[in-house]
Design a protein around this ligand. Structure first.
Ligand SMILES: Cc1cc2nc3c(=O)[nH]c(=O)nc-3n(C[C@H](O)[C@H](O)[C@H](O)COP(=O)(O)O)c2cc1C
Length: 249
């Protein structure tokens, strides 16, 4: 059986012999806030690790509720590695052990509790590549747009903007009210990529995982991280339909 396309046991950057290894660990900070869509976060995390990227993970207090609701996993600071392994292994359909998660891949992850405002990434001097917030709640969008820094996740987002590093905000809410729309414009104007968690159907999705991976792939595109999470548009109509064209009678 072919490994799933975001198998974390693969290391894409290992193929790139010509690049000098960077002696400084430069992680992507992944912020998971309390919007619905924890499978999006899992897919982005698997994609970053499969690409050989280091990851600093921040999980908001509210996102523990969505994670519990969507996966039945109680995410614990003291046992984050065990809980993360279980989460990353889970498919978007809820099936456990769908994706292989190696210890080697998990070794690329550093976890910071959301209440730890003295954590490394809370300072601009910490060598982060940038940040993705996936999924981003409207509360998180508001907090980042207004610079509230009410927890580590929001603080890192403010730092990312002030340091002019890439910030990708995968907002998940529908419909959107006026204040949220204004906050999203403020984020765009501050240099963030506002990326609604809005799956498309042109890539030929047949399973819920395909729709999740499409959004995760677009997040990784915005972060310029290589991946094979979805089939790109190649200019031919018809790829989005899995059904055969009806036969003429
Ligand atoms: C099960 C559940 C699902 C939720 N889904 C969303 C959502 O899709 N979008 C959103 O903006 N907020 C959603 N919320 C509300 C947020 O969790 C809430 O606004 C929280 O304050 C966000 O905090 P945070 O940004 O610090 O994680 C949801 C809450 C729960 C309990």
């Amino acid at each position: 059986m072919e490994p799933p396309h975001n198998d974390t046991s693969k290391n894409a950057s290992a193929d790139n012999d010509s690049a000098e290894p960077d002696p400084v660990r430069r992680p992507w900070v992944v912020g998971v806030s309390g919007a619905s869509g924890t499978p999006y976060a899992a897919s982005v995390l698997r994609g970053l690790l499969a690409a050989g990227e280091a990851v600093d993970l921040v999980v908001s207090r509210a996102s523990r509720l969505t994670l519990m609701d969507e996966t039945r996993i109680a995410f614990r600071d003291a046992h984050w590695r065990t809980d993360l392994r279980e989460w990353l292994a889970r498919g978007a359909d809820g099936k456990p052990d769908t994706f292989p998660v190696t210890e080697e891949a998990l070794a690329g992850v550093r976890y910071w509790p959301a209440g730890d405002l003295a954590a490394g990434p809370s300072s601009g001097s910490y060598p982060a590549k940038g940040m993705v917030i996936v999924p981003a709640s409207t509360a998180c969008v508001a907090g980042v747009a207004l610079g509230l820094s009410k927890d580590l996740l929001q603080r890192v987002a403010s730092v990312t903007l002030k340091e002019r590093r890439p910030l990708v905000v995968a907002v998940r809410e529908t419909p959107l009210n006026g204040p949220t729309l204004k906050h999203l414009v403020a984020l765009d104007e501050a240099g963030a990529v506002v990326l609604p968690a809005s799956p498309a159907f042109y890539a030929g999705a047949t399973h819920i995982q395909d729709l999740v991976d499409f959004v995760a792939g677009r997040v990784l595109d915005a972060a310029q991280v290589p991946h094979g999470l979805y089939r790109r548009w190649e200019g031919e109509l018809g790829g989005g339909s899995k059904r055969e064209a009806p036969k003429a009678r």
